[in-house]
Design a protein around this ligand. Structure first.
Ligand SMILES: Cc1cn([C@H]2C[C@H](O)[C@@H](COP(=O)(O)OP(=O)(O)O[C@H]3O[C@H](CO)[C@@H](O)[C@H](O)[C@H]3O)O2)c(=O)[nH]c1=O
Length: 345
């Protein structure tokens, strides 16, 4: 790769959404050079990129967005045409145990990256045309009761350390737009699902525990609601927002599939009963549903997220394309096949 070719910088591309996005983007735009930088924490996995690795428009470097000297050297070495910042500590339960890493990666890391981009693009006289796209979350808006949805004008009300760190990062991103005239945009999506999601999240937990005959932990009464978005639909939304979204704007991205956690667990167990009934035999259960166990609740557990995404639909013409049951089936098949591969190793 010629380093001075214009290059789109993707951070955190070894994680779940980042790796799916790179897979999508390198195929969609074969003439755009992608540089993926990732610290490779516990949640980053280069296996997620094994199919992408050989593509001529892709390159990977290991490093931390919060390492000022290193991130500055990236902007010196490459002609970075834009940044999409996926890099983040993302797991709510971990943030409740210890929030330090969340402030370091999500707040200070984002700030260091913004600063490096700002300095480089200012020197080039292109601060207002090279874009910084922050990947954010619907959790910044807080928690809902049974009715209503978050729109882009809903005031931020983060209620756990993870969402507080993401909200804080968004404020910094916006502030660089207002203060320095930097071209910034933010997307806030609902819960993603699909292949390559880390084991710690709800859907991979349900599938892996079921296959291993372990109890499937559902926090509290299981009535908490999340809006599920298939990761490929999210990738198309990011593409549109990065290329066509208006500067200084935020865009919500939702799946339109609100599910309680207990319904989600029951649906996945039914799919597993249908497709891989044989794996339940050693555990003497008649359905994987028998493994569902209501456990102690998450502290401060947000009750319901619901996303009003009319803005991206109306302004940018996006809509989700993957049917929820199809998406769930594809996801289940991917995890079952990964699990089978591990058994034969
Ligand atoms: C891991 C786990 C989770 N849960 C519950 C907690 C939540 O109500 C729901 C989903 O939990 P999680 O998969 O951890 O995801 P959640 O806390 O909603 O946050 C996700 O979705 C957010 C977007 O809404 C992202 O910003 C976060 O990075 C992502 O982790 O399932 C359980 O009941 N049992 C579990 O074992």
């Amino acid at each position: 790769m010629n380093n001075r070719q214009q290059t789109l910088l993707i951070t955190g591309g070894a994680g779940f959404i980042g790796s799916n996005f790179i897979d999508y983007f390198t195929k969609q735009y074969p003439d755009t050079q992608i540089l993926n930088i990732d610290k490779l924490t516990y949640a980053g996995n280069l296996d997620n990129l094994r199919e992408v690795d050989q593509r001529p428009n892709y390159r990977f470097l290991q490093g931390d967005i919060g390492d000022k000297a290193w991130i500055t050297s990236i902007f010196e070495e490459y002609d970075i045409s834009g940044v999409i910042n996926f890099a983040a500590e993302s797991h709510v339960d971990r943030s409740i145990e210890d929030s330090q890493a969340f402030v370091e990666s999500n707040v200070l890391g984002t700030l260091t990256l913004l600063d490096a981009a700002k300095k480089d693009w200012e020197e080039k006289g292109e601060l207002d045309i090279r874009r910084f796209h922050q990947i954010s979350t619907d959790e910044v808006y807080g928690s809902l009761g049974e009715v209503g949805s978050f729109s882009e004008t809903t005031p931020y009300n983060p209620r756990n350390p993870y969402s507080a760190s993401k909200a804080s990062a968004n404020f910094f991103v916006k502030s660089f737009g207002y203060t320095y005239g930097m071209d910034v945009v933010i997307s806030s999506s609902s819960n993603n699902y699909g292949p390559r999601q880390h084991q710690e999240k709800l859907i991979p937990t349900i599938i892996s525990h079921a296959l291993e005959g372990k109890q499937i932990p559902i926090y509290g009464d299981g009535g908490n609601v999340r809006d599920w978005l298939y990761v490929d639909d999210h990738c198309r939304a990011i593409d549109l927002i990065y290329h066509k979204g208006h500067t200084l704007e935020s865009y919500n991205v939702g799946g339109g599939n609100e599910q309680t956690n207990k319904d989600m667990a029951a649906q996945i167990c039914s799919l597993l009963d249908e497709f891989v009934p044989e794996y339940r035999q050693p555990y003497s259960i008649s359905s994987y549903r028998d493994l569902i166990k209501f456990t102690e609740d998450r502290k401060g557990h947000d009750r319901r997220y619901s996303v009003d995404d009319r803005k991206i639909k109306q302004e940018l013409g996006w809509k989700p394309a993957v049917d929820f049951h199809e998406g769930l089936k594809k996801t289940m098949e991917w995890y079952v096949s990964e699990w089978k591969n591990k058994q034969t190793l």
